[in-house]
Design a protein around this ligand. Structure first.
Ligand code: TMP
Length: 237
């Protein structure tokens, strides 16, 4: 499949048109950013690892009943996906206290939550992806109540699928971010889009709590490439 015109360039990916109007190519870069682009860097081969990890995980959630934009892995860094109109609401699920939740609540990271928390964020880099709620999303026309309910249902299903997938590989799924979109070619059907990678998930080794995700980059913990390589290995095995 040939590259068409570039549609969008984000922090970690580039989206291209293809010769099929219903499909895009998603190209994974090595660029890394944190704290909404206040910290920039490169993680060698991240794009290769993330394409591989995301291809495997999107296929897995699709197989278990959550519709996604994934069509096929085309090459080391390229994935063919269905064209989506991305909903500007990011859905974050949290099983264990970490990151901005720990900061917001003034507590240490690490405790398992008695119930999974769903946080909604506005997808807007200039505003630092602020936390919003369902009423705000509806009032500003970002999504309908029905779409938000469907996103929540899919997000919990993804959480169940990935929690057990990683648990079998000795990893705790701490939290993660999902993006959804409407697929015009399928009558506006809601599909899971974007990626599922260590850029947008926290993975902690069970028992030791060793971090295998982008926190190694955000917090200068070292062995960043090794962590992505390790996740790829255990995901594709
Ligand atoms: P947080 O602790 O910064 O709120 O992030 C929670 C999880 O969601 C973490 O795994 C990173 C992911 N995330 C993103 O990838 N992008 C985002 O814009 C946000 C808000 C979270």
């Amino acid at each position: 499949m040939e590259h068409g015109k570039q549609v969008y360039e984000g922090k970690a990916k580039i989206i291209y048109e293809t010769d099929n109007p219903d499909y895009y190519i998603q190209f994974f870069k090595d660029d890394a950013s944190a704290f909404n682009a206040k910290k920039l860097g490169t993680i060698e081969s991240k794009g290769v690892f993330n394409n591989s990890i995301s291809s495997r995980l999107l296929q897995e959630v699709e197989r278990q009943g959550v519709p996604t934009h994934f069509v096929e892995k085309l090459s080391e860094r390229e994935m063919l996906v269905k064209k989506l109109d991305i909903i500007l609401v990011e859905v974050v699920l949290r099983n264990i206290i970490a990151g901005s939740l720990a900061k917001r609540m003034g507590v240490e990271e690490g405790a398992r939550l008695p119930n999974t928390i769903v946080d909604l964020h506005l997808k807007n880099d200039e505003l630092d992806d602020p936390l919003i709620n369902e009423d705000t999303a509806v009032a500003f026309g970002l999504a309908t109540r029905e779409e938000l309910a469907q996103m929540r249902e899919y997000a919990f299903k993804v959480n169940d699928i990935l929690t057990s997938f990683f648990s079998e590989r000795n990893i705790d799924l701490v939290d993660f971010k999902l993006e959804f979109g409407r697929c015009a070619a399928e009558g506006g059907k809601l599909l899971l889009g974007d990626e599922i990678t260590p850029d947008g998930c926290r993975f902690w080794e069970k028992g030791t709590g060793r971090k295998l995700d982008k926190d190694r980059f955000r917090r200068d913990l070292g062995q960043v490439e090794d962590a992505y390589a390790e996740v790829e290995k255990l995901v594709i095995e």
